[in-house]
Ligand binder design. Structure first.
Ligand code: DQA
Length: 147
């Protein structure tokens, strides 16, 4: 059994993937994404814990609690990307490696989506590849953790 444990966090409204603006976010559901990531994690020999919340404070609590139990965090912060100093400060406080992902290419969309509070403290950001962004992000995080 691998010792690498990755926390996957999904921010607000991502529980509605599949129903929500499918022309932007596609028809893949959150359950589908988690299943794809679980399969990839098995291949990569890492363990995953996937969690979604619509609440900023609950995500902050999860990040704080991750300090003892996880090697790194993969997150789609959703709308909190563009608003949340609290999430950024939580990541900075635990100093765990973070990869930020988005389904859509946030840099091609409205100006308010171009700025991320998380990107400056993340290893990197992957966006625009739909559900593949998560899979690429997991691979990138695991590779980072192993080198
Ligand atoms: C998103 C992009 C954000 O701007 C938006 O608020 C989301 C989803 C994405 O995955 O493309 O909720 O993070």
């Amino acid at each position: 059994m691998s010792s690498l444990k990755v926390l996957v966090l999904h921010g607000p409204n991502l529980n509605l993937l599949g129903l929500r603006e499918p022309e932007i976010y596609g028809s893949t559901t959150l359950q589908d994404i988690n299943a794809l990531l679980e399969a990839d994690a098995a291949t990569l020999d890492v363990s995953l814990h996937c969690f979604q919340s619509n609440h900023e404070g609950i995500l902050v609590d999860k990040i704080q609690a991750a300090r003892e139990n996880f090697s790194g965090i993969l997150i789609n912060p959703a709308a909190y990307t563009h608003t949340s100093v609290a999430l950024r400060d939580a990541f900075a406080a635990v100093s765990l490696p973070v990869v930020e992902v988005h389904l859509s290419n946030i840099h091609q969309r409205e100006a308010f989506r171009h700025h991320s509070y998380i990107a400056p403290i993340a290893i990197g950001q992957i966006c625009g590849f739909g559900a593949e962004s998560y899979r690429l992000g997991l691979r990138a995080l695991v590779q980072y953790l192993r080198t």
